[in-house]
Design a protein around this ligand. Structure first.
Ligand SMILES: Cc1cc2nc3c(=O)[nH]c(=O)nc-3n(C[C@H](O)[C@H](O)[C@H](O)COP(=O)(O)O)c2cc1C
Length: 179
């Protein structure tokens, strides 16, 4: 599949069948994660693989958005390891006191994973709708490791369909500007 076809084939899956995800596909997704670029190549991502009843019950306590996925990646950042710009003290629109690339880094990693999963016939959902404190308490993450997003993965249920939002993309004139 060429890149544009792959990007067009991805959609947010919110209903999965009960099949497990094969280990070789998980390995391939994780290798795609490893190839992602990060600011100053710091690679601050920390990826936790959640599968099996115990881990999935914990993540489902923090979010409704894990749905019935048989596999959830919890993508975190070791924020102290991410590239920081101490001269840019306040980012417009945020309360960050020192700008760092942790969210961008992990987002690129997540996007690589999402597309790698799509390529091997899996469905995914990128999730930010969760309670961070519940995740931190449930998984006893190391100090300084912060959840950035979740990625649900599994085979789409036979009757799963893209939501209406999938078909709503703004025309380029609304999002691209030549200066
Ligand atoms: C950063 C980010 C956070 C998201 N968080 C959620 C979420 O918490 N719950 C959810 O159902 N979908 C979530 N989504 C999925 C978006 O709603 C979805 O990508 C968008 O509506 C476009 O639909 P499509 O992915 O089917 O093309 C998230 C997507 C991104 C990129």
């Amino acid at each position: 599949m060429d890149f544009l076809s792959l990007a067009q084939a991805r959609w947010s899956v919110r209903d999965y069948d009960s099949s497990e995800v094969e280990q070789e596909k998980i390995d391939r997704i994780l290798e795609a994660a490893r190839m992602a670029p990060t600011g100053a190549n710091r690679q601050p991502q920390r990826i936790y693989v959640l599968r099996g009843d115990r881990a999935l019950a914990k993540v489902r306590a923090a979010t409704r958005m894990a749905f019935n996925a048989p596999l959830v990646f919890m993508l975190c950042a070791e924020v102290g390891e991410a590239w920081h710009n101490r001269r840019e003290t306040v980012m417009r629109g945020t309360t960050e006191d020192v700008y760092n690339t942790a969210e961008m880094d992990v987002s690129i990693v997540c996007d690589h994973m999402q597309l790698a999963a799509t390529e091997v016939g899996l469905g995914t959902l990128w999730v930010r709708g969760y309670n961070t404190q519940v995740l931190l308490d449930a998984f006893d993450l190391p100090e300084g490791v912060v959840p950035i997003c979740l990625l649900d993965v599994g085979y789409p249920a036979a009757d799963a369909q893209p939501s209406a939002m999938h078909f709503e993309r703004k025309p380029l004139e609304q999002t691209v500007f030549e200066l």
